[in-house]
Design a protein around this ligand. Structure first.
Ligand SMILES: Nc1ncnc2c1ncn2[C@@H]1O[C@H](COP(=O)(O)OP(=O)(O)OP(=O)(O)O)[C@@H](O)[C@H]1O
Ligand SMILES: [Mg+2]
Length: 229
């Protein structure tokens, strides 16, 4: 089953009289339960593509379907609903709220869920346990290592049980041993049935992935080719 279908997507940015063609006709099909890496040189369009896939920014032209829903035909409110149901985001810089504990950060996406406080706590604890942070619920981000902060970031991304995880350089701020631990978490989430798409520069992250899509100058230059960068 195709979960994400990107058809003829282009994206242009205009700054004054300068036009940047960030994406130039991208076509990708992502099957449910795929584990895909997007690779390519700096400025090739990876983050732009990930945010368009993630229902965050409309393309200049083309179409994005998630679970056969034409994402950019929805109004902003319905698109936000689709995002919260379908997608968990993980970022390079973790993007945790600094004055909230690990547990409170993970509970944030549940604030509008209609669940009781007790249920929200239980769900957040379950996913923190899953990423190995059972002893650190009440730490603030600055009391956690980088790898632990990223575990909180992953717990927050999965707490709503979205089928799709989009991660933009999730190990870009971590050393290689910690990167491997984080990639192992993505691998086990994928084995449990989540579809995972990561942007990465790091080839040592590729041994878990099932597919590699390389982008250069806003175009796909290869799939399943490790030598694009
Ligand atoms: N908001 C914006 N306004 C103008 N240009 C932009 C904007 N966002 C991205 N770009 C340009 O679009 C192109 C693609 O950028 P993008 O951030 O997608 O690259 P990337 O592959 O993620 O690079 P990196 O590996 O450095 O993160 C670049 O030329 C960038 O300068
Ligand atoms: Mg980027």
């Amino acid at each position: 089953m195709v979960l994400v279908e990107i058809s003829n997507v282009t994206k242009e940015f205009t700054n004054g009289n300068k036009i940047t063609h960030a994406l130039n006709g991208i076509n990708i099909s992502v099957e449910a339960r795929d584990f895909t890496a997007l690779m390519g040189p700096s400025g090739s369009g990876k983050s732009t593509l990930l945010s368009i896939m993630g229902a965050l920014h409309p393309p200049s032209s083309g179409k994005v379907d998630i679970d056969n829903i034409d994402v950019y035909s929805l109004n902003n409110e319905r698109r936000a609903d689709l995002r919260s149901i379908y997608i968990g985001f993980v970022f390079q810089q973790f993007q945790l709220v600094p004055y909230l504990t690990a547990l409170e950060n993970v509970m944030l996406p549940l604030a509008i869920s209609g669940l009781s406080h007790r249920q929200q706590l239980d769900k957040a604890k379950t996913v923190l346990d899953k990423v190995g942070l059972q002893a650190k619920y009440n730490r603030l981000p600055n009391q956690l290592s980088g790898g632990e902060q990223q575990r909180v970031g992953i717990a927050r991304a999965i707490v709503n049980k979205p089928p799709l995880i989009l991660a933009d350089e999730p190990t870009g701020s971590l050393d290689s041993a910690t990167s491997r631990e984080i990639m192992d978490i993505f691998k086990s989430l994928n084995e449990e049935g989540l579809t995972v798409i990561i942007v990465t520069h790091d080839r040592s992250n590729l041994h878990h992935v099932k597919k590699v899509v390389c982008i250069k100058d806003g175009k796909i230059c290869s799939t399943e080719d490790y030598r694009c960068n």
